[in-house]
Ligand binder design. Sequence first.
Ligand code: ARG
Length: 459
Amino acid sequence: MSKLWGGRFTKKTDQLVEEYTASIMFDKEMAEEDIQGSLAHVTMLGKQGILSDDDVDKIKDGLHRVLQRIKRNDIEFTIGDEDIHMNIEKSLIDDVGSVGGKLHTGRSRNDQVATDMHLWLRKRVVEFVDMLHKLQFALVEQAKANTDTILPGYTHLQRAQPILFAHHLMAYVSMIGRDIERLQDSYKRINVLPLGAGALAGTTFPIDRHFVAEQLKFDAVYENSLDAVSDRDFILEFLSHASIIMMHLSRLSEELIMWSSTEFNFVELDDAFCTGSSIMPQKKNPDVPELVRGKTGRVYGNLFGLLTVLKSLPLAYNKDMQEDKEGMFDTVATLQGALQLFAPMIATMKVNKEQMRKAVNQDFSNATDIADFLVGKGMPFRQAHEVIGKTVLYCIEQNKYLLDLTLDEFKQFSKLFDDSIYAILQPEQVVNARNVYGGTGKAQVEAAIGRADEALAQT
Ligand code: ARG
């Protein structure tokens, strides 16, 4: 079969070269977007009088038929036609005859492929915003059920200060909120039309790029034709935002894995989200969060892959840029997989409130609060820190916790202690004392949940 660009050639392409240079195996993913772009382009060619209305109608009808056939899986794409753009153009010409050859007037595959990718990605970004809202919703609902659940908060993975489990979950709601903002902000830069840039310099035909943009619902057109065909920063931005989302999911995954261990036993993931061992009958493995944590690696890899592909490319288009697609498709699929499972996994997770509480009763995470008590009595904080440090050391030697000490024992360390400290040391009191905006005090956490609820209701 002859090539769409065969005129200048006297020899057949080497079979291995065809296979090596083709992208149809993966860019067929953008078939719909390619036709969507072509329909807008050909409509514009008609409006501008570049093609006759009759030709435009034939081409449009043909494109619609090709699309239907692709959807029915009724077109066999071939490596000989290299990529989705030429495969579709070939199918169009097969369908409508030589008039199909007029579609590519005033256009290049370089501005065409960039347009396809903008169309493809903007649709996914909208879907991701929705999926992230669903995850926020699941986290907020779990938070609502846990506004009285106290667990140790950690720094250095050492028990630090008790916090509400709801507060911990709401931290992720905030992170995901920024992930959503980042995606929404990037939409501005994705929703820009490259078409009309031609191969690199524009075109001699009197096209109307703004009309094409309007039809495809792009908010703007690329200002510079070289830029339009040769940058892929909109993909890099997405890959980077996706990496940050995966990093957030991976941190939560790590916590879920830890919390599901017998050592912590803070949560139990629903059976539907776990798998067993082929040899050890007792095992229930948290495979889903483990794989989310693992797959974060490939999402980072796709970001670094494309950054590296682009780093030394001279303007404008280079074939290297064909390497932009597989990583993007893979990141989209990986992120979809993770987000699809995460929301229901959080929603069905069982929280072992008693176990969390037991952990809090057996630690020194209330130590800061008696230091603060001494400060309230006039002692400089640094000195109070030292006094309580000694008190804790005494407890460890005596195999006791702070609440087990008698007032006489406390008074050995400072005369300022009185029996009001027993109330101050209660975990509820320790938590609720942090009644500062953004803190773990119950009133603050409930307010944060209220704000999140309100924001989610508007989505
Ligand atoms: N398949 C190509 C890609 O993905 C389309 C653009 C080809 N342009 C060219 N001048 N060879 O990059």
